[in-house]
Structures are given as C-alpha cells and as structure tokens.
Design a protein around this ligand. Structure first.
Ligand SMILES: Cc1cc2nc3c(=O)[nH]c(=O)nc-3n(C[C@H](O)[C@H](O)[C@H](O)COP(=O)(O)O)c2cc1C
Length: 207
C-alpha cells in the first residue's frame, strides 16, 4: 500500500477476532518498529510479545485494582468516568497479542558532560523533553503502520500504565520498564479511513 493510503487506513481498533497473531507477523511488526530513529541510534527499547491469556488477565486485573485504589469510591459523574477509563485502560486484554514496549532510560553524551553539575539524569532528560520517550512514539507508530499493512488492527494503550510497576513485576523486563502497550489482532470492525485535517489549524510557517 502507498504511504498516504496506509497513513489514512491506520485507525485504532479495539475489537478483535480470536485469531492468533503468528510469530512471523509479530516479527514483521517489531522489525518495522525497530527501524524507528532513536537518540544517537541508541535503540533504548525491548519488546515483549504477550500471547498468554493468563498473563493478559493478570495485567488487566492489576490495572483494574490500581484504578480502584486510586479512585475508591467514585460518586456522580465520576462513576461513569471511572468505568470509561477502566474500559480504555484494559482494552488490551481482549487482543490475541499485546506488544509491551519496554524502555531503558537513554544515557546521552550530555549526561556525561553535565555529570559534575547538580542536575540528575532525570532532570537533564526532562530538560531535553525526554528524547528516549519520544523515540518510543516513533517505534510505536512504525509498528501500527506495519500491523495495518499486514491486515491487522491495533490500539496503543497508555491507560494501563497507571499499573506500570505491577506490569513490570509481571513482565520481568529487568532494567527495561514498560513504556506503553500495543494490542494487535485481526479487526472485528472496519473503521473508516481517517480524513485529512485542515492544515491551517495546525501548521504555522516561519519563512
Ligand atoms: C499515546 C497514546 C495513548 C493512547 N492510549 C489509549 C488507551 O489507553 N486506550 C485506548 O483505548 N486508546 C488509546 N489511544 C488511542 C487513541 O484514543 C486514538 O489514537 C485516537 O482516538 C485517534 O483515533 P485513531 O487512532 O483511529 O486515529 C492512545 C493513543 C495514543 C497516541
């Protein structure tokens, strides 16, 4: 598919058929992700492909529990809000495949340069607007496009990250911590291609 067609076709899919995603497709999707740029070509990522329903159930349980802890007794409109947040945060558990994108904070040259300063790595990284995290977005978008190209649907799920500590304990990624989740499967629905937006709302040019 040509690039413009692929960009328009990629839409979030939250309902999947039970068909498994074979390892060959996993490899193609992840290879596409790993072609993304990263600061100093550091590739600060690892991907954990989860197809085990038991692990996905545990992850969903951890997210629900965390949300219940954070919002123990919602009242009024907040009840419906919490239900909605729970749905959007646990939607990954219905997919036949979840790609957990794990990241190790990137140690930049600037870290060494500023080692003698009072700034911590986290402060330097924040000052630089988290280039390692930015690179994760590029990786995820590549994977979404590759999944679409292969006829799969996918949803990028950051809502689950309220339980990132619990998910890290389940996934055992060591120094690589979960950064985001991407759920993938054969789409059970066919979303409309995304229409082009009005550039004037988004683009300013300084000549
Ligand atoms: C960083 C990021 C986090 C997202 N997190 C969630 C999420 O937790 N749950 C969910 O259902 N969708 C999530 N989405 C999907 C967005 O809701 C979706 O991309 C948006 O509504 C635009 O629709 P489209 O992807 O079909 O163009 C996320 C998207 C991005 C880019």
């Amino acid at each position: 598919m040509d690039l413009q067609g692929l960009l328009a076709k990629r839409r979030t899919v939250r309902q999947f058929t039970p068909d498994p995603v074979p390892q060959e497709a996993v490899a193609q999707i992840v290879q596409a992700g790993l072609m993304a740029p990263s600061p100093n070509d550091s590739h600060p990522w690892r991907i954990i492909a989860i197809r085990n329903p038991g692990v996905l159930r545990e992850m969903r349980g951890a997210v629900e529990k965390k949300l219940d802890t954070l919002f123990p007794a919602p009242t009024g409109d907040n009840k419906a809000r919490l239900d909605k947040v729970k749905n959007f945060s646990t939607v990954f558990a219905q997919a036949p495949l979840v790609l957990a994108v794990m990241m190790k904070p990137y140690r930049a040259v600037v870290d060494d340069l500023l080692a003698g300063s009072a700034l911590t790595h986290e402060q330097i990284n924040a000052l630089r607007k988290h280039p390692d995290v930015q690179a994760t977005g590029a990786l995820v978008q590549n994977m979404l496009l590759a999944a679409t190209d292969l006829g799969y649907g996918a949803v990028w799920v950051s809502g689950a990250l309220v339980a990132s500590d619990e998910i890290d304990r389940l996934l055992k990624g060591g120094e690589y911590k979960v950064q985001t989740l991407v759920a993938v499967g054969r789409p059970a629905v066919s979303p409309e291609p995304r229409p082009a937006v009005d550039l004037k709302d988004y683009l300013t040019t300084i000549d």
